[in-house]
Design a protein around this ligand. Structure first.
Ligand SMILES: Cc1cc2nc3c(=O)[nH]c(=O)nc-3n(C[C@H](O)[C@H](O)[C@H](O)COP(=O)(O)OP(=O)(O)OC[C@H]3O[C@@H](n4cnc5c(N)ncnc54)[C@H](O)[C@@H]3O)c2cc1C
Length: 299
């Protein structure tokens, strides 16, 4: 029997799903064709939290070291927990959205204005509004598909012809565009923004021509990806943790890191063809737990 303690810095479970896109629908989660991230997290939490021997929310792990018996000492901002095995699942760390470079007028916008958004956390803002989304990855496409349900007009602007998301989503996108529920502008770039006396406009340059189109809108959402400031919990590097740019290298057969008895799973790990989606996280966590169990059975 394994006794597990879950330590989470924030007040609730859910990580990115809860804090970055609670109202977005989840894609690629087996068994759910249509579920919002916040509801999905509720289900997962109800399923797994009752099995944890201890759950510590609002406990930020500040340092991990090993004591003289070889046990891990996990120091949080509230207490210290001792464990024989640990699984690091600290995700992508501090997330900073990429701010588009060289867009005229962006720096002149009033700070209190809700014209420009970087990813949408509160979907209600876009209810019944005209929204322009810029980007061509999964997030931009997900939000475009989502906002068609609630916004008055949705325009997706992408600088390339091809989208870098799941092909099934491109099919939905094209279908929405063909049925005039969404406007697609590919090979197009937003070059300027202006807000004056309640009138908000976006300047768009298509196919690198000299022609600049002016679109009126209520909001523009830039989904140009994130820069993550992944940081490894202090203490681990000194113990010999192999990491590169904040991502932890693991043995894919066991999910063990370069520190004995220290495992990792989820977006924090890196290996060949690693995908940052929910499904691989489950596989990795399951494999880490099973590896720990087999090790314990050998002792
Ligand atoms: C906009 C967007 C849309 C997405 N949509 C989808 C989708 O539709 N389908 C899909 O499969 N995937 C999607 N993803 C990816 C998915 O959300 C991630 O793969 C998943 O959340 C990774 O889970 P994780 O537990 O590894 O990390 P995270 O979700 O980042 O969770 C890490 C947790 O660790 C905690 N933590 C970090 N450091 C400490 C510390 N020192 N002490 C204590 N706690 C700490 C954090 O507070 C956080 O709760 C999306 C991602 C984004 C950004």
């Amino acid at each position: 029997m394994l006794r597990a303690c879950l330590i989470e810095a924030t007040v609730n479970p859910g990580g990115q799903c809860r804090y970055l896109y609670p109202d977005k629908r989840m894609y690629g989660v087996p068994g759910f064709a249509d579920i919002r991230a916040r509801d999905y997290i509720e289900i997962l939490a109800a399923q797994c939290l009752p099995h944890a021997a201890c759950v510590l929310f609002e406990h930020k792990v500040l340092n991990i070291s090993k004591d003289s018996d070889g046990l891990f000492e996990i120091a949080t901002d509230q207490s210290t927990i001792t464990a024989k095995y640990i699984i690091l699942a600290t995700g992508i760390g501090n997330v900073v959205p990429n701010i588009p470079a060289s867009i005229q007028g962006l720096d002149k916008l009033d700070n209190s204005s809700d014209f420009v958004q970087f990813y949408c956390i509160n979907m209600n803002l876009f209810d019944g509004k005209d929204v322009i989304i810029a980007g061509g990855g999964d997030s931009a496409v997900d939000f475009a598909i989502e906002l068609v349900r609630i916004s008055r007009r949705v325009t997706l602007i992408h600088r390339r012809a091809e989208f870098t998301c799941e092909p099934s989503k491109v099919a939905i996108l094209r279908h929405l565009a063909e049925s005039n529920k969404l406007t697609l502008k590919t090979n197009a770039n937003i070059t300027g923004l202006e807000e004056s006396e309640g009138c908000r406009t976006v300047l768009v340059n298509e196919n690198s021509s000299d022609i600049i189109e002016t679109l009126r809108t209520d909001h523009v959402i830039f989904c140009y990806g994130f820069s993550t400031q992944q940081s490894i919990i202090p203490g681990l590097t000194a113990m010999g943790l192999y990491e590169s740019n904040g991502a932890i290298g693991i043995n894919i057969e066991t999910m063990e890191t370069s520190i004995s008895n220290c495992y990792a799973a989820g977006d924090v790990v890196t290996y060949l063809s690693k995908k940052k989606n929910i499904v691989p996280c489950f596989f990795e966590a399951d494999r880490a737990v099973r590896s720990i169990k087999s090790k314990m059975d050998l002792v």
